[in-house]
Write a protein that binds this ligand. Sequence first.
Ligand code: SF4
Length: 364
Amino acid sequence: MMTTADYLYVHIPFCKTICYYCDFVHRVYQEDIVDAYLSSLQKEIESKEISSLKTIYIGGGTPTSLNERQLDRLLSLFDSYVSEVKEYTIEINPETLTEEKIQILKKHGVNRVSIGLQTTEDKLLKLMNRHHTFSCVQSVVSLLKQYGIKNISLDIMYSLPFQTMESLKKSVNDALSLHPTHLSLYSLTIEENTVFERKGYDHLDEDTEADMYEWIVQKLNASFYHQYEVSNFALEGYESQHNQAYWRYEDFYGCGAGASGKENHIRYEKSKDIRQYIQDPFQQEEILLDKKDEMFENIMMSLRMKQGMNIHAFEKTFQTSFIDVYGEKIKPLMQKNLVEIENGYFRCSEQGFEIMNSILVELM
Ligand code: SF4
């Protein structure tokens, strides 16, 4: 089946060690398994017959847990697209990045990195089973910049067990001292079958979590990182192009174990079982999306962005009038000043942004 998605996500499910809160598809790095995985990934990517791409995002797992030879092999798979790719991101765990690996990223045209900083409090890092320190992140960021990779996003977590407001403030201030272009801030969720769940750790209470979120939004806005999505902040012009494609509900390829993609009204998910994926990289579960589901999902994803949903794009995709379908439902929300339509965009108001889930229930 020929598709024309412009965006590619690739999942590399290997990590040096496993963080105690993580439920992503992952396993501890093992050289021979990674070699076999890369062979299957190559088959899957080649089968897509991709003609060109606007963004590539290599996530995980920890793509930089691969050794230098394997990282070079992985990135070679995308060399033919690089001249047209605008944003080429790879996720990095600071403890696994070497100077030689940075040279490999550079050689293959990677122009953006996303670093899992999470917190700068050593005690919390230990609790999470993360093995880097803030000074390790400082060194990595400085080395990346020396090699000209200056588009750097940092991931920070909040509402961690035992985390205080002071600890969060320090982590955010430390992160800002590195002058990243982009910041993603996520509250901890306790997922099933994680060490955190088994140990009975919990995130902080709702009020503290809400206070932390409020502080983050104010702090980052005051530091010129504008909030363009619920959890994402960027300097002007450095918003993630790849993630915005998801929120605009565009088609994207998803390759690798546990990856999901959306092509031609079909959402698919690759096997989460890494050995099974190695044996058969084409096996996937598919859901055929009907128009009603897609319209709602499009709104749901787009409202996560501050700019909201482009009504013209919605009408072009679904060949129907937005107001004809949703007029009755949005009228009371507009009267309560929870949503607005401005310059061709449908979005949550400032007040509505804080209670987005309730708005979505009304639109369902
Ligand atoms: S490095 Fe990332 S993917 Fe790997 S275990 Fe930690 S959180 Fe999960």
